[in-house]
Design a protein around this ligand. Structure first.
Ligand SMILES: Nc1ncnc2c1ncn2[C@@H]1O[C@H](COP(=O)(O)OP(=O)(O)OP(=O)(O)O)[C@@H](O)[C@H]1O
Length: 378
């Protein structure tokens, strides 16, 4: 997968820009608040159809503008293509179009077209931070290579919202309507089972890839392990086996039913993939509790880089890597490992304050970014 060109129109602090992206590594460097991240956001928005920084698309047009567009030219093993995402006013309303080579694409179709791995300083919190970060990590990784998983997640979230809404209605009426709740349980159980099965299947590939990086940085051997933890509302359980979606569906039906009262009192669904977590261990000890900050960051780095191998193993080509402001957060040893790992294998776009923090050579382009203008430098 190679990105070839990015065009932005009235996007953030770019009035109009066209940037050739064909190099192995492209570095956007400069002072704070100049527009470096806006460029990665532009790539992401054109590729995926949405920003990674905000859900509020009214923030994207340049100040004073209403319409904006982001266009990406890329090449994969099927040839060259063009993705265009634009939003503009029509009769007082905003209209958004997502086009692949001029033809409309749905968000689902678009999601897997350009495989991207995005790494931001927030991801360095992957080990210690909120469980939602680790769920998002898993979900984004799997959904990119599996449209089935993408659908399961979308449907699950919809049914979960409906079940939660129903629980709140019951609470407001002070009456638990079990028969209706069982109907929601059935719909949710089937989707939850599919999600859990996909996650557990993906996990061993992710671990294998993450270990290569982790061992390479720490000089250990298979020190990193992962376990999948089911939060069950009234406790938690490590999942050690995967009996398959049929068995999980039965499990969820039963366990959701047993939690009717608890869920009614709380007004939300206390069991399911939306509550689960990943526990990350170094030599058998949870890194979250016992790891040094360095170990935690190394594991986070290894897990993020595992996405590259995981996607390649399924898609047979590397995704593109977007590194937003991560280099300055890593010490020299980890920085060198990271750059050594990507250099020459993965097309990478990175932002950094100081050009010297990215001492890469080969097929590299560097741009100094100043107030939404780019200047190519050696
Ligand atoms: N919709 C918009 N229109 C015009 N300018 C915008 C818009 N949204 C953000 N900006 C400007 O973009 C700049 C921030 O850009 P960006 O987040 O890319 O910074 P950066 O160069 O990555 O900085 P840092 O190194 O601090 O992360 C700010 O000057 C901000 O005012």
């Amino acid at each position: 997968m190679r990105l070839e060109n990015l065009r932005l129109l009235h996007f953030r602090n770019y009035e109009q820009v066209s940037i050739p992206l064909g190099h192995n590594i492209t570095i956007f460097y400069g002072d704070n608040a100049q527009g470096k991240t806006n460029l990665l956001e532009g790539i992401h928005t054109a590729a995926r159809g949405f920003s990674f920084r905000t859900r509020h698309e009214e923030e994207l047009p340049s100040f004073g503008a209403e319409e904006w567009a982001a266009e990406l030219q890329y090449r994969d093993r099927y040839g060259s293509s063009r993705l265009l995402v634009k939003r503009y006013p029509v009769r007082g309303r905003m209209k958004k179009e997502n086009l692949l080579n001029g033809n409309p694409v749905t968000p689902r179709e678009q999601y897997g077209l350009v495989n991207l791995v995005l790494f931001t300083p927030d991801d360095l919190q992957l080990v210690k931070g909120d469980p939602a970060l680790r769920r998002k990590f898993l979900d984004m990784e799997i959904a990119q290579v599996s449209p089935v998983y993408y659908d399961l997640l979308a449907q699950y979230n919809r049914v979960l919202q409906q079940r939660n809404r129903f629980l709140k209605q019951c609470r407001d009426r002070e009456k638990l309507e079990e028969a209706q709740l069982l109907v929601w349980d059935g719909a949710l159980a089937q989707l939850a089972a599919g999600i859990l099965d996909h996650r557990l299947q993906a996990l061993s590939g992710i671990l294998q890839a993450a270990r290569q990086v982790y061992d390479g940085i720490t000089g250990t051997q298979e020190a990193l392990t992962l376990s999948y933890v089911q939060k069950r509302g009234d406790g938690e359980e490590t999942v050690r086996e995967n009996p398959g979606p049929g068995a999980w569906e039965g499990f969820y039906r039963e366990q959701l039913r047993l939690r009717h009262r608890l869920d009614y009192l709380r007004g939300y669904t206390s069991l399911g993939p939306h509550r689960d977590d990943l526990e990350i261990f170094h030599e058998g000890r949870p890194l979250r509790a016992y790891g040094s900050q360095g170990q935690q960051r190394t594991a986070a780095l290894a897990l993020k880089l595992s996405e590259l191998e995981f996607i390649r193993s399924v898609r047979e080509e590397y995704p593109v890597l977007l590194l937003d402001d991560v280099l300055s957060e890593l010490d020299q040893h980890r920085r060198e490992k990271l750059l050594g790992f990507i250099n020459g294998t993965v097309q990478t776009f990175l932002t950094v304050n100081d050009r010297h923090l990215a001492p890469v050579d080969g097929d590299v382009a560097a741009y100094r970014v100043r107030e939404g203008r780019l200047e190519e430098t050696p």
